[in-house]
Design a protein around this ligand. Structure first.
Ligand code: ADP
Ligand code: MG
Length: 867
């Protein structure tokens, strides 16, 4: 250590505290990385690895990036899953002798990274802090989007944890080390966690703690009560909340001013959507190509702001369960729909609004750029007009909801007054502060321009005086101002005596004289003063604007809601959606329903609408029919219409009257689900078991070809008993599609079951899909027909047909069941009752005390029971 240069010693002292980070060490205009960091970063960033003498024999490996364009490099490192500690010079190098003091000012991690230049970030990136209370059997969760300041607290029971975890899909996770081992590998895969932070490693040194620490704020009971945040459960999330806050303080080194939108999320208040439903219903992305365009979100999202698109997404993920809240949203959507020109005006205004939430975040972490400030100004400019437009409309709900939006005129005035309309350059070398804002600044700038004029006069005069037409006055960073004379010109002319040689180039000489020297001092000092003053003024503007962060956030959340509502209005208008209504009679009645995504994708542009009519006493629908008949589409469309209604959207149907549901469950049979690994059938059964356990009378259960992942008899029996269980024990609204047409027999056993099938028109050897769901059952599978449609060679088709006949014939012979294609396979409930009784009887027998005679009698009794 002693042998090292003082700077290297400083470096290592700092690095020691940040061993898990790549350290960006500020040296003049560069961030330098050394040793291991340099080796690692130069590979990731694809930049040259060099060396720096450090006092030891070998040079220290080094690589560096320019500080003014570090963003791209930082992003690359973060994406590679690294943490970066940014270490700045905290003193002005000009004012100190020796080594400048340096400090880490910020640690950037995947979850705390706020991206530049991504104006339309429609997804939230969450840091999640989890604590598991094993004794009480629940998880306390606290998740924060650093870039928007949205903080959510929740308590979640063990059953629901996995689904909620998927929904949050944190990018960074703070938890106990034990926790990761609890997460199954499947779950780990499904989320996008880039970084895991052991909660025990987070400790905030109280001495370092940030001024006005968030702790005091958030754990002060009176503050909490005043803000309606205090709840009995608060104590229970404290631990995970505290971990999260400490982590933010530790990484950001400033109190996060923008964390103000603290919310309790009671997942029970929302319609439950398990992970599979989000995936199977293709709510956020299509499952095949992961394209967002062909998902429900893709169809519904016409928002103009990033804030609106994030909110809309959360509406899809968390549909409402309260009729009052749903109706409020529907009212807003309806009003937006009703008045075309109002809607267009408002949408036009929203189009000019930038991501105010993110700008607030950057203000609070002091990473805001000049561009952001201009964007903020531009956004605020439109707010008074927006407010006025809403107030002038005659739409009551809209006025109620948004008429009181704070247009932030004062914040706009600050920005408008201070910031130039078209700023150029950076704070250091450009014009950011508007002319006329500050007299002293104007004067300094005048001096600068004045000097430029004097310089060009001087140049002309010297040309005249020396007779050298090519003489020019120039400037460079090292030598300052100079008079340049080419060597060629030099030969023929005697230069004035007061010219002092400064620098010799290959074909020119550079000089200076007294007058130029004086000018130089004047220009440089006014320039420096102007820069200094501009930075100060700009910092003051930032402070002033920052003091309004909470108001801006509030306005931002209004804008987000307005944007999301109007998006739903536009989609409803363009796609001919209608307002759904709700009932408490447990009837689900949809007329001419369509699938919101598939209707856009059909080749001929014709989508056949279908109805559904379920009642309390007839709530189970079995749907049979050939492959490609439209079963899956139909079932998903019912689920989507229900879901859209619960999120307060209009629906693709002529009419929809449905009950308030508590959950939507979907399961797609294994062979339809390609992305899963080996034990698909096991997964399928796991998920069905989850549904059977969690569904209630008020749930909607969609089972698409469940039981298909195993052999025919196996699968069929499972399907049968699953249906029986749902009918007897659960009573949920259920749609069950199957290509085992034998299953339709179950209609005779349960009054709640009704058979439907997708209609086909069978002509000669081919089928035409009519896409209509009608009463009745398919009486056979159409596999071979479909194969023909798929243009399998005719020979293969004929052979298959022949083989089918043969199989069916041999089957009937073996069982002696005449013409029936498959045996009546299932026992009636009476029979199964008998078996249960036999088993019960046997269980009662105590072998030790049973005499042989008693055993004989028992055997006879049992025999009788089987008859
Ligand atoms: P199944 O589940 O019965 O095999 P799908 O629901 O997957 O059938 O439907 C197959 C294809 O048929 C869909 O991709 C879609 O292109 C088309 N289709 C389904 N339903 C309709 C409909 N109602 N109107 C028009 N085309 C439809
Ligand atoms: Mg299907």
């Amino acid at each position: 250590m002693e042998k090292l240069t003082p700077m290297m010693q400083q470096y290592l002292n700092i690095k020691e505290k940040y061993t898990d980070c790549i350290l960006f060490f500020r040296l003049g205009d560069f961030y330098e990385m050394f040793f291991e960091d340099a080796l690692e970063a130069s590979k990731i960033l694809e930049i040259a690895l060099t060396g720096k003498s450090c006092g030891l024999e070998e040079r220290a490996p080094m690589c560096g990036i320019p500080y003014h364009s570090y963003e791209g490099y930082l992003k690359k490192l973060i994406e590679a899953g690294k943490k970066v500690a940014i270490c700045e010079q905290v003193e002005d190098p000009k004012e100190v002798k020796g080594i400048v003091k340096r400090e880490v000012v910020r640690i950037v991690t995947p979850g705390t990274y706020i991206q530049e230049d991504t104006p339309n970030v429609s997804e939230n990136n969450y840091i999640l802090s989890v604590c598991y209370e094993d004794k009480k059997g629940f998880f306390s969760l606290c998740h924060l989007d650093v870039s928007t300041g949205e903080l959510n607290l929740s308590l979640v029971n063990e059953f629901d944890f996995a689904d909620i975890f998927y929904k949050i899909s944190p990018i960074e996770l703070i938890a106990d080390g034990r926790f990761l081992t609890l997460l199954k590998s499947k779950e780990k895969q499904a989320v996008k966690i880039r970084m895991f932070v052991e909660s025990k490693n987070i400790c905030v040194n109280p001495a370092n703690s940030v001024e006005g620490s968030m702790e005091e704020h958030f754990f002060d009971r009176s503050y909490l009560e005043a803000n309606n945040l205090y709840q009995e459960e608060y104590e229970q999330v404290l631990f995970s909340f505290r971990n999260l806050l400490s982590y933010i303080e530790y990484t950001q080194k400033v109190a996060a001013l923008n964390i103000s939108k603290i919310k309790w999320v009671h997942y029970d208040n929302y319609l439950k959507l398990d992970y599979n439903s989000i995936k199977n219903l293709e709510l956020l992305q299509s499952s095949l190509d992961k394209e967002r365009r062909y998902s429900l979100y893709g169809i519904l999202n016409r928002t103009k702001t990033a804030m609106g698109s994030r909110l809309l997404r959360s509406w899809i993920e968390r549909p409402l369960k309260s009729r009052k809240d749903i109706d409020r949203r529907l009212d807003l959507v309806e009003e937006g729909l009703r008045e075309y020109s109002l809607r267009e005006d408002l949408i036009g205004l929203l189009d000019s609004v930038y991501d105010i939430e993110r700008i607030c975040a950057k203000l609070s972490y002091d990473t805001v750029t000049v561009r952001d400030m201009i964007n903020l100004k531009e956004s605020l400019y439109h707010l008074p007009a927006l407010k006025e437009t809403i107030r002038r409309s005659r739409q009551e709900s809209l006025i109620d909801a948004f008429g009181d939006i704070d247009p932030l005129g004062d914040v706009y005035a600050i920005l408008e007054e201070a910031i130039a309309d078209h700023p150029t350059g950076t704070i250091k070398d450009g014009v950011i502060i508007r002319e006329g804002y500050n007299e002293q600044l104007d004067e300094l700038r005048m001096l600068e321009t004045d000097a430029a004029r004097i310089l060009s006069n001087l140049e002309l005069r010297e040309r005249d005086r020396t007779g050298i037409k090519t003489l020019k006055i120039g400037y460079n960073k090292v030598f300052g101002y100079y008079i340049e004379v080419t060597k060629a010109a030099h030969k023929n002319v005697e230069l004035p005596l007061e010219y002092i040689r400064k620098q010799t180039l290959a074909n020119a000489e550079r000089y200076i004289n007294e007058e130029l020297k004086e000018l130089e001092t004047k220009i440089l000092s006014s320039k420096q003063k102007a820069t200094q003053l501009q930075s100060e003024l700009y910092a003051a503007v930032k402070r002033e604007v920052s003091s309004c962060i909470h108001r801006m956030q509030k306005t931002a959340s209004y804008l987000a809601e307005l944007d999301a509502v109007l998006s739903l209005s536009s989609v409803a208008a363009d796609n001919n959606y209608n307002r759904p209504s709700f009932n408490e009679r447990r009837t689900m009645h949809i007329r001419e329903g369509r699938h919101p995504v598939i209707e856009k994708l059909t080749e001929d542009g014709i989508f056949v609408p279908n109805d559904i009519d379920l009642k309390d006493e007839r709530s189970f629908m079995i749907i049979t029919g050939p492959n490609m008949g439209g079963k899956s589409t139909y079932m998903r469309q019912v689920a989507l219409i229900c879901l859209m209604a619960h999120m307060g959207s209009f629906v693709p149907a002529a009419f929809a009257n449905i009950p308030i549901l508590d959950a939507i469950f979907t399961r797609v049979g294994a062979s339809d689900d390609l992305s899963r690994g080996q034990s698909t059938f096991m997964v399928e059964m796991n998920e069905v078991s989850y549904i059977l356990e969690h569904a209630s009378k008020n749930s909607l259960v969609i089972l698409d070809e469940v039981g298909r992942g195993t052999s025919t008899y196996d699968g069929m029996s499972l399907a049968w008993s699953i249906i029986a269980h749902l009918c007897e024990k659960v009573g949920a609204f259920s749609l069950f599609s199957t290509h085992y047409h034998e299953i339709t027999e179950i209609e005779k056993l349960y009054s709640s079951v009704v058979n439907y099938c997708v209609a086909v028109d069978e002509r000669e050897d081919t089928v035409v899909f009519l896409r209509k769901v009608v009463r009745g059952k398919a009486d056979k599978s159409y596999g071979i027909h479909v194969a023909r449609l798929a243009k399998l060679p005719e020979e293969v088709i004929q052979n298959a047909r022949f083989k089918l006949d043969e199989l069916q014939a041999s089957h009937s012979q073996k069982k002696g069941l005449g013409s029936q294609p498959l045996p009546s396979y299932f026992e009636s409930p009476r029979e199964s009752g008998a078996r249960d009784k036999i088993i019960d009887k046997l269980a009662e027998v105590d072998i030790e005390t049973t005499t042989p005679l008693e055993a004989m009698v028992l055997l006879m009794e049992l025999k009788k029971m089987t008859e």
